[in-house]
Design a protein around this ligand. Structure first.
Ligand code: BG6
Length: 602
């Protein structure tokens, strides 16, 4: 996820401070690199950019002195191309009279760069933002006016993106929305665009909403919206935004956690776009293929994703993968591992010291190191043999949600691909996530009422849903502060069952293949007065045996994929259940007491 900002002012203005302010407001979307450009009516574009955070780059290149009446700013969350100066945005066209920057993923970037080079264009970086500029350059060079050239460029660009672009010698800027965020702001002395509301709200509360398939041309005195589809002009009046800044950053959601739960569908789609394209997937599988033993090493929520992933690897690739909590790795396996073995290290932050310590232990023994990391440019991504980005954008809420689901989805994708199965059916997962969200919200209220006030409960699962039960338990612990123990459902009768008394809540997350066994477990609880909540695909046996159920929609997928997909989707009800239970207790789910998003200490 990146951030873009563009502005056109009526007078020549000191634009530097405005650009830095916009950059700081966009930095939650990523700050591997930062860049700004001002466009004069004649002469050279003033382009200043580098790897690093907003303040660092702004100071190093003296953004404060940037003046003019048109400017573009971009913050990059690296996906295509390392976080380096050459890959930073904005980018110039071949002869430097166009400059532009994008947010999103142009998934045919590699092919396009080859085409542009073959056409004689000057391609300077590996970044897909540059492909947006050259795609427009192609048609400007054929004589099209800017809006028409941008419309034509969309025929060549594949993926979800938005970009802003401008040309020397004009007084307009242009921006297009094709799957990533974009909104415009107007004031009597300027018009601007940004990736999201927070980037423009401090400048104006008069905004113009934009929708996918629209191009906005804007200048100091106004704006015009053009349809990509047919080139027609779209009339749209501005509106006044009442949102507070904080509410705007949450995109209208009450908490980042709920926003990030609802982002899961979108980031799952972006992950699949990317996994279909990048060579790292095959490199990752090649390393696994050649391994004697495979270890899945992580902490917290990431460990639960890895545990589920290890079941996927067994199920679809026929290979065992040993899941282990990172700090336990050396003690448990240190003397058994060597250069023939490979570790899959899973960490959304890429900075968790427990995981980095385990990587060091693996390296000391010559092991292969693969990573699944969300924060690109983080420590682990710089020391692993193959890095697979999770492309979730920043996850702000301390309890991990969208990064967990993308970790699970990435591991399912890898297992299927490695086992020679078709990954295309996974394209339905983003839609199924949204459907599960909707169904869950409809059913959740009575469950929250039942669980309110219980500071002690169990979350059980079996087979594919065992890791899901553990993750559900962790969510409860993290944000309701209740002691919720996650456990293998068959283990419950070997001791913990003694905890059950009248009304005591036990949550069973049931996979479609394990209903008979789960039903036995449910009755061992209910016959002793316990209260069972069952989560799973629609099944009359769950309805007949549990006091309360929460059903998730049956995934319209090939039969052999249904249990795996159901396990992935079952996390959503548990995320929402813990979220609502946290609110019922008056807690802030985003920043629970005692916890931290990333622990870079032992
Ligand atoms: C904890 C977080 O500090 O670290 C958890 O509160 C997270 O949400 C765990 O799962 C591991 O973090 P990471 O970045 O290694 O996935």
């Amino acid at each position: 996820m990146c951030g873009i900002f563009g502005i056109v002012t009526r007078e020549i203005t000191e634009l530097g401070p405005i650009l830095v302010g916009a950059g700081e407001r966009l930095s939650y979307r990523g700050y591997d690199t930062v860049g700004a450009a001002t466009l004069p009516r004649e002469g050279e574009i003033d382009l200043r950019k580098d790897a690093g955070k907003v303040q660092e780059v702004a100071e190093k290149y003296n953004f404060a002195e940037m003046t003019g009446d048109r400017a573009i700013l971009q913050l990059r969350w690296a996906t295509f191309g390392a976080p380096s100066k050459i890959n930073s945005q904005p980018h110039l066209d071949s002869d430097g009279d166009l400059v532009g920057a994008h947010n999103g993923n142009v998934v045919n970037n590699v092919e396009l760069r080859e085409e542009f080079q073959a056409e004689g264009m000057v391609v300077r970086s590996e970044n897909d933002g540059e492909s947006c500029v050259h795609a427009v350059e192609r048609y400007v060079d054929q004589g099209y006016e800017m809006v028409e050239a941008i419309r034509m460029a969309t025929l060549d660009l594949e993926g979800d993106y938005s970009f802003v672009i401008g040309k020397v010698g004009e007084d307009h800027l242009y921006a297009i929305k094709m799957g990533s965020g974009l909104v415009a702001g107007i004031r009597e002395d300027m018009v601007c665009i940004g990736s999201d509301l927070p980037s423009i709200l401090p400048l104006t509360r008069e905004i113009v909403r934009l929708y996918d398939g629209e191009i906005i041309s804007f200048w100091a005195g106004g704006y015009e919206i053009t349809s990509v589809e047919d080139g027609s002009t779209i009339e749209r009046d501005p509106e006044i935004v009442e949102d507070s800044m904080e509410a705007a950053q949450k995109g209208g959601y009450p908490h980042f956690m709920l926003k990030e739960i609802h982002e899961q569908s979108q980031v799952a789609g972006e992950l699949l776009d990317m996994l279909d394209k990048i060579p790292e997937v095959d490199q990752f599988i090649e390393k696994l293929e050649g391994a004697r033993d495979i270890y899945v090493i992580a902490c917290g929520t990431s460990y639960h994703a890895g545990l589920l992933g290890s079941i996927y690897l067994n199920k679809f690739a026929g290979r065992s993968a040993i899941p282990v909590l990172a700090p336990q790795f050396a003690a448990q396996y240190g003397n058994a591992v060597g250069p023939e073995d490979v570790g899959i290290f899973i960490t959304q932050s890429g900075e968790t010291k427990d995981v980095i310590n385990a990587v060091d232990a693996a390296r000391e023994r010559g092991m292969g190191v693969l990573d699944l990391v969300n924060v690109v440019g983080s420590t682990l991504t710089l020391i692993s043999d193959v890095h697979l980005p999770l492309v979730c954008g920043y996850e702000i809420s301390v309890p991990a949600t969208k990064t967990y689901l993308n970790q699970v989805l990435a591991l399912l994708y890898i297992a299927l691909r490695w086992g020679g199965h078709d990954t295309t059916p996974l394209r339905k997962i983003p839609g199924l996530i949204n459907l599960t969200l909707e169904k869950t919200e409809e059913q959740i209220k009575p469950l929250v009422e039942k669980l309110d006030g219980w500071d002690d409960l169990y979350s059980l699962g079996y087979g594919l849903t065992f890791p899901v039960a553990l993750e559900g338990a962790l969510k409860f612990k993290e944000i309701t502060y209740a002691h919720c123990e996650g456990m293998l459902s068959t283990e419950f009768k070997h001791g913990p069952l003694s905890a059950v008394y009248d009304g005591y809540p036990v949550i069973f997350t049931a996979g479609p293949e394990d209903i008979p066994l789960i039903v036995s477990g449910i009755n061992e609880v209910t016959c002793r007065g316990g209260h069972v909540i069952a989560i799973g695909l629609e099944d009359p046996r769950l309805k007949a045996n549990a006091q309360q159920i929460l059903t998730i929609p049956w995934p319209d997928l090939p039969e052999e994929l249904v249990p795996a997909a159901a396990a992935l989707l079952s996390a959503v009800p548990l995320q929402l259940l813990s979220y609502h239970c946290s609110l019922a207790r008056g807690y802030d789910p985003d920043f629970p007491r005692n916890l931290s998003k990333t622990l870079t200490v032992d």
